[in-house]
Write a protein of this length. Structure first.
Length: 236
């Protein structure tokens, strides 16, 4: 698949203009910042607060915004026209994902600065956050592809919210219900494990293990989103 920066940039600019006109969607940018202000005095519980903020923001901002961008195209019957243009699969997916990636990165960076969080390893934290943004953007793409309207997109992210954001909370009960141990392998749970690594006395494995899990999830879900987009291209 060929990639054209010019075509991807044109899609990015178009989505940016539509995003700025959609005030209901634009306000989601402030969700992580609001939570950061609320959790600013978390103290010793800061890693837990960061985990909650990130996992919730990935769903309410990253996944939701991406799903709405695709659903809005379908609601206006413009997605089919976009698919029929010379733009390749990579052009469309990267162009439509770039805006959400940039906005999520800016909003979460501001939130982390407000909280004053200093991770035990900056590179591992940044990598895990960026991989997670790509992961939830891909999940949003999948949700958006199968949503006909913006209302459908709002409901389509509920499974993502329950399964992904709720995984760290469900894993707490793994001793009572052993089957819940599987939730520890979810990317949201692995992100929480990474955030709970102590600032001193940690090993490289403590950082790389959760990071590899998150990266693996990102690769798999991204590939699935590309395959489903191509399938929808044929269906359309």
């Amino acid at each position: 698949m060929n990639f054209s920066l010019k075509r991807a940039r044109a899609i990015f600019v178009k989505d940016y203009k539509e995003f700025t006109r959609n005030y209901g969607l634009s306000i989601m940018l402030f969700v992580p910042i609001i939570f950061a202000i609320i959790f600013r005095g978390a103290g010793p519980n800061l890693p837990g607060a960061i985990g909650f903020l990130l996992n919730l923001s990935f769903v309410l901002l990253t996944c939701f915004a991406q799903a709405c961008l695709f659903a809005e195209e379908k609601e206006r019957s413009t997605l089919r026209s976009l698919m029929m243009t010379p733009a390749t699969t990579l052009d469309v997916l990267i162009g439509k994902s770039a805006l959400v990636f940039v906005l999520s990165t800016i909003a979460l960076s501001i939130s982390i600065l407000i909280l004053g969080y200093k991770p035990p390893s900056l590179w591992a934290f940044v990598a895990a956050t960026l991989f997670s943004i790509i992961l939830y953007t891909s999940l949003g793409t999948i949700c958006g592809l199968y949503s006909k309207t913006l209302v459908d997109a709002s409901f389509s992210i509920l499974p993502v919210s329950i399964i992904f954001s709720g995984a760290p909370w469900g894993a707490v009960f793994e001793n009572d219900y052993p089957i819940l141990k599987v939730l520890n392998y979810m990317p949201s749970s692995q992100l929480v494990h990474l955030l709970n690594v102590p600032r001193t006395g940690f090993t490289v494995e403590d950082l790389t293990k959760p990071l590899l899990f998150i990266m693996s999830w990102t690769v798999v879900v991204t590939v699935v989103s590309v395959v489903l987009y191509q399938r929808r291209l044929k269906d359309e």
